[in-house]
Ligand binder design. Structure first.
Ligand SMILES: NC(=O)c1ccc[n+]([C@@H]2O[C@H](COP(=O)([O-])OP(=O)(O)OC[C@H]3O[C@@H](n4cnc5c(N)ncnc54)[C@H](OP(=O)(O)O)[C@@H]3O)[C@@H](O)[C@H]2O)c1
Length: 339
């Protein structure tokens, strides 16, 4: 299948290009950026020189079978209707088509103008999303991926109360994209770990909706997000209370049932698998590492991912595989940690 990337020069766009160039069934033919750019200046693969890089004004002259949008949400909102109207499939990595029930003005700061397309968009949380349907996949957000993957097994199996959850998630600075801003200067970030958007992060409603779809439970949680002084990686600590009579054995069984068939999540007891609690061991891979600890009725969950891969580009490749009827981990299972 032919593929193209809009926003190819951004952090996520370049990771997508890197993965697509080595994917056995994808042909990356075009990349688009707002100004002149060459993929070969960023990626050393010989194939990078064969990809035609063009300005955004050319997108509709070179539409491919699948178009990946690694663009801000407002840009995706404008592009998606026009691309799918031409019969081409879209995997959108922005938040523009993720929230079915929540208000875009409140969480993203713009009115959603494409409600019919939004209603049909498929939320591509892998491995929970079913077979691919329709023309548009909304690729999940990075925090949302780490947090929902950890919470779903516990909620689906009735181990915890949906109203008793505290989430403390931290991300490397690439999570904010490469656009310059004062708070992301090295001198501001280095040596700090500051919370931001406390209780107001736009991934919160996404997490609530995604969990409700899979488990039928509507969570009400405290959630803070903080910026880590590292380039990439998310670590989410999630704290809750096991229902009476539920034990570590129930937690183990819930995770095994959820993920034993899915090779891109490693899970285990924190004491037995300490390596799961490490950004270095997950960054560079397409995996999620989820660890748990039970102390009496207290449940501690930790979820680590690479925000640019499982939290964005490699999950988008999983969604491409779903569209293409390929095994879900095709083209991403070999990725090694960057330790
Ligand atoms: N960073 C993450 O960890 C992460 C994880 C999951 C999802 N996402 C989402 O993925 C998308 C891309 O994120 P990113 O981190 O890669 O951001 P980024 O590094 O800032 O890149 C965004 C890209 O969008 C392009 N762009 C900006 N304004 C545009 C416009 N008006 N028209 C066309 N293109 C425009 C830019 O192109 P030029 O460079 O050519 O100007 C840039 O390359 C965002 O929606 C983000 O929320 C990011």
């Amino acid at each position: 299948m032919t593929c193209s990337i809009v926003g190819a020069r951004g952090y996520v766009g370049l990771e997508l290009a890197r993965l697509l160039l080595h994917h056995p069934r994808a042909a990356l033919t075009h990349c688009f950026a707002t100004s002149e750019f060459k993929l070969a200046n960023y990626l050393s693969s010989k194939n990078a020189t064969r990809v035609e890089c063009l300005p955004d004004s050319e997108i509709f002259n070179y539409l491919t079978d699948v178009v990946f949008l690694a663009t801000p949400a407002e840009v995706s909102l404008q592009l998606v209707p026009k691309i799918i109207a031409q019969g081409k499939k879209v995997i959108d990595l922005s938040g523009a088509f993720r929230l079915k029930k929540n208000d875009y003005l409140a969480w993203y700061g713009f009115e959603h103008t494409e409600k019919k397309i939004l209603a049909k968009a498929q939320y591509g949380l892998s491995p929970w999303a079913g077979p691919s349907t329709g023309m548009l996949i909304a690729n999940p957000g990075c925090y949302a991926t780490a947090i929902t993957l950890a919470l779903i097994p516990a909620l689906k199996n009735g181990l915890i109360n949906e109203n008793n959850i505290v989430i403390d998630a931290k991300s490397g600075t690439t999570g904010a994209g490469k656009k310059a801003s004062e708070n992301l200067l090295f001198t501001e970030v280095d040596g700090e770990c500051l919370p931001y958007k406390v209780g107001r992060h736009q991934h919160y409603p996404e997490i609530v909706e995604a969990i409700e779809v899979v488990t039928n439970k509507k969570i009400e949680a405290h959630m803070t997000t903080s910026l880590l002084p590292v380039r990439r990686g998310i670590i989410a600590g999630i704290y809750s209370q096991l229902h009476n009579k539920k034990t570590i054995k129930d937690v183990e069984a819930a995770f095994a049932e959820a993920y034993r068939e899915y090779s891109l999540i490693s899970y285990g007891n924190l004491e037995a698998s300490p390596k799961l609690l490490s950004l270095k061991n997950v960054v560079g891979t397409a995996r999620a590492h989820i660890s748990y600890k039970v102390d009496g009725q207290k449940l501690y969950l930790f979820s680590c991912i690479d925000n640019l891969l499982k939290g964005a580009a490699s999950q988008a490749i999983e969604n491409f595989n779903r569209i293409s009827d390929l095994p879900i981990s095709t083209g991403v299972s070999h990725l090694e940690a960057l330790t």
